[in-house]
Design a protein around this ligand. Structure first.
Ligand SMILES: Cc1cc2nc3c(=O)[nH]c(=O)nc-3n(C[C@H](O)[C@H](O)[C@H](O)COP(=O)(O)O)c2cc1C
Length: 492
């Protein structure tokens, strides 16, 4: 027997992961540029198109000058012309053409046009876009599916970005475009339910968290991603509706959006093309004044409550002459008022004859500022948000390092305890083996000899007794035989 073969006690080897952590974290604090194909805006801020006449060349050029994308809203833009009621279509086209040219004359920045698919002169206005070549056209209030002059827009180098409220709508548009035009849009704007103006949501969806911008942005990104491989270019997603501060921009970009679209903030600027009284309505309004209305367009809209809207809500009807049925979905005979006329009146500061569309955050506006100041403020807030995020990552990192150090100490203590246990074990094992060996070599031979002696002694005694009994029996038998007992005789 080999007593040296006792089980070995192996100390476990713990491989601690190497943490190659940066010595310092240097976050990029500048707003990243927004690239849409070969078009580039220095800051990823799109000024949402705002009709009627709220965002014209003045606002658009100022935003473009500040590095963002300035957008002229084209729907009912002809209302700024004196002859709209004579020929609305012609006035719309003339006004759009002239506003694009005015904006171009003021800036070399990025200029866009916002077109509503739902207006009856959509295709004529799109033709003006092809001819006047703004950098990009945003197509909202309906799905831009049929009759889009994609080849002409491409030839004019005008980028196209539909405005959607869901991933499903984005998929529908992209699938249709690929099939019908062998092409896909260049970018997508996703507008959440906190936006101002007409909303692409059912009234019950507006406050439902399932439709919050933060929820639909990832959906839209996921839907357009497969199309990027097909067309070999990135399709940036731009998100808007309730984006108010630089911190909001930071949050939305972290969701994967490449840009943001802001409306409300740009209304409260010196350069916004609306009358100062329109802007003052923003400064004055409180949270409870911002309401959802049912617009004659057939969509819900967000606006600032005023006597005009209260009257309409009570069922009053404003008589009007419909100049040319500008909206496909509007039934002028049934409508309580003309939406274009109401918005145009508000633009001119006559809020008793109309109302101001506004985003859910309009009550946060406390003053009117130049676009440049607004943009600088947003950039600074964004930088602060990046720093705060980096700080919290840094704090988390420091916490992890501490935890890691703690674990390392704990591990060291555990290994030391294991070494102790191993020594104890080996000591105990060696002692026991030594005892067993001693027993085997010294104690057991004596014991076995004693047992053997005991066995042999017992056996001899027993054998002698048995032999004695046997012999006595044999003697008794002999005696019987001598007494004449015939052991062979049959019993009688
Ligand atoms: C006064 C006003 C008018 C608007 N008009 C239009 C419009 O004509 N077409 C459009 O696509 N969006 C329109 N919008 C939506 C904006 O373009 C933008 O997407 C939205 O306001 C973003 O939300 P925010 O206001 O919370 O920033 C309008 C918004 C406002 C506040």
């Amino acid at each position: 027997m080999n007593f040296n073969n006792f089980p070995k006690f192996q100390l476990p080897r713990l491989q601690l992961p190497r943490l190659d952590l940066p010595e310092w974290i240097a976050p990029k604090k500048d707003l990243p540029p927004l690239a849409i194909g070969d078009l580039r805006a220095a800051v990823p801020i799109v000024q949402g198109g705002m009709g009627v006449g709220i965002s014209l060349a003045g606002l658009a050029a100022a935003v473009a000058e500040a590095g963002g994308i300035g957008v002229i809203a084209a729907n009912a833009i002809g209302m700024i012309e004196p002859d709209y009621y004579d020929d609305g279509r012609a006035a719309d086209q003339r006004a759009l053409r002239s506003e694009i040219r005015r904006a171009r004359a003021r800036t070399r920045g990025v200029i866009g046009v916002n077109l509503m698919v739902a207006v009856n002169d959509f295709h004529e206005l799109l033709q003006v876009v092809v001819e006047e070549r703004p950098d990009i056209v945003f197509l909202g209030a309906g799905l831009p599916l049929r009759g889009i002059p994609v080849a002409a827009l491409r030839a004019a180098n005008v980028k196209v970005a539909p405005i959607v409220s869901s991933g499903r709508a984005a998929r529908l548009i992209f699938t249709h475009w690929r099939k019908s035009y062998g092409d896909v849009p260049d970018a997508v704007v996703v507008e959440g339910p906190l936006a101002g103006g007409h909303l692409g949501f059912k009234p019950e969806q507006i406050d439902d968290p399932a439709y919050a911008l933060e929820r639909i942005v990832p959906d839209v990104i996921a839907e357009v991603r497969p199309f990027e491989a097909g067309c070999g270019r990135a399709i940036p997603v731009i998100a808007g509706g309730g984006v108010y501060t630089g911190a909001d921009i930071h949050r939305i970009l972290r969701l994967g959006a490449r840009g943001v679209q802001l409306g409300t903030r740009f209304v409260a600027t010196d350069e916004c093309d609306a009358d100062p009284r329109f802007k003052e309505a923003y400064v004055r309004c409180r949270a409870e004044d911002i309401v959802i209305i049912k617009s004659p367009v057939g969509l819900p809209g967000r606006a600032i409550r005023n006597p005009f809207l209260e009257e309409v809500a009570r069922g009053a009807r404003r008589s009007f002459r419909c100049p040319w049925r500008c909206l496909e979905s509007c039934d002028a005979r049934a409508a309580a008022y003309c939406i274009s006329l109401a918005l145009d009146s508000a633009r001119q500061g006559r809020l008793d004859e109309g109302f101001a569309f506004a985003g859910a955050n309009a009550h946060r506006v406390d003053r009117i500022v130049p676009v440049r100041e607004l943009m600088d403020g947003l950039k600074a807030e964004y930088a602060a948000a990046v720093e705060a995020a980096a700080r919290s990552i840094g704090d988390e990192y420091a916490r992890l390092v501490e935890r890691w150090k703690g674990l390392k100490d704990e591990y060291g203590a555990a290994v030391a305890r294991l070494a102790e246990l191993r020594d104890e074990y080996e000591r105990a094992w060696n002692e026991r083996i030594a005892r067993l060996k001693n027993d085997y070599e010294n104690v057991w031979p004596d014991k076995i000899a004693a047992l053997r002696a005991e066995y042999e002694g017992a056996w001899n005694e027993k054998a002698a007794a048995v032999r004695e009994q046997y012999e006595a029996a044999v003697a008794a038998l002999e005696q019987l035989r001598a007494g004449g007992l015939d052991l062979q005789a049959e019993p009688r």
